[in-house]
Design a protein around this ligand. Structure first.
Ligand code: PLP
Length: 282
């Protein structure tokens, strides 16, 4: 099941071709996206997702997204999705047609089912490997043209890292800088629980400000936890009470194995935090 809507308010058949071969999103990965989780007809953290879409657009010098049109398009897809069924809703915004004098962005929203691998990860946790991302902690500040921290469509490296994880017997990745500073996953943020405090690395490292991580942190604070956005080193990852990955579709996923080493059982801490997060949406 999939539902496709364009930003002009038209629904379209997702099994038909709609994108021109000279679209710069296709030719160069020159565009941005968001993936929003929709449960019970409610898009989670839509405001922060649209804020981040606008932030990514500004970083890529794309026209500012029309927020109201995106809100309407999101609602249109939701209205055409079976109520009660979860959906991963992808918002895509590319630079449009190459060489077109009045190029306008290509903009669409595509609702998709949550695949079984993601459901298994939510339930059972994941094995993760750390991989060098090859840039230093200050690169995002020194070289903004590298677009670190923009949610661009250029995810070939992120997907290659996941294949490398599979070759090493794991299913996910935590990227680090060459000197062992923790960055993020290819599609997630890193969250460590130690005592009654949650930690996550800062976006100034050139990573995405996570909507799920932010949502989890706010919910945890209301439940009496402390939170800290701070630099973490790779050797701290396995020493807390729980290591987790946060992302819209995966929610808060427990990491049970890190670089081939089984971590101490974190099921209880993870279950408590997952419940704190989830109970906001019940
Ligand atoms: N970091 C990267 C590189 C991502 O691609 C994603 C989401 O796909 C995240 C972090 C998590 O962001 P969110 O919680 O907003 O889904």
């Amino acid at each position: 099941m999939r539902v496709l809507a364009f930003l002009d308010g038209t629904l379209a058949d997702p099994d038909q071709a709609h994108i021109r071969v000279d679209d710069l999103g296709l030719l160069r990965g020159d565009g941005i996206f968001e993936t929003v989780l929709v449960t019970n007809g409610v898009p989670r953290e839509l405001g922060p997702h649209l804020d981040r879409l606008a932030r990514s657009a500004a970083m890529l010098d794309l026209p500012a997204p029309d927020r109201e049109a995106w809100e309407r398009t999101v609602q249109l897809v939701i209205d055409n999705w079976p109520r009660g069924e979860e959906m991963a809703l992808k918002l895509v915004y590319t630079r449009g047609i190459e060489g077109h004098p009045a190029a306008t962005p290509t903009s669409f929203a595509l609702g998709m089912e949550i695949d079984d691998k993601i459901k298994a990860a939510r339930r059972d946790g994941v094995a993760v490997v750390t991989l060098d991302r090859g840039f230093d902690a200050d690169l995002a500040q020194r070289a903004p043209w590298l677009l670190l921290g923009a949610k661009s469509l250029s995810y070939a490296v992120n997907m290659a890292a996941l294949r490398e994880a599979a070759r090493r017997g794991a299913s996910d990745v935590i990227f680090t800088t060459p000197d062992g500073t923790v960055l993020e996953g290819p599609t997630s943020n890193v969250v460590v629980a130690r005592g009654r405090t949650l930690y996550t690395p800062p976006p100034s490292l050139g990573i995405l400000p996570g909507t799920t991580q932010g949502d989890v942190f706010r919910a945890a604070e209301r439940a009496g936890w402390d939170t800290e956005v701070t630099t973490l080193k790779v050797d701290e990852l396995g020493t807390g009470d729980a290591l987790m990955l946060a992302s819209s579709v995966r929610k808060l996923t427990r990491v049970h194995t890190l670089d081939g080493e089984r971590l101490p059982d974190s099921t209880k801490v993870h279950a408590e935090l997952a419940e704190i997060y989830e109970s906001q949406y019940e």
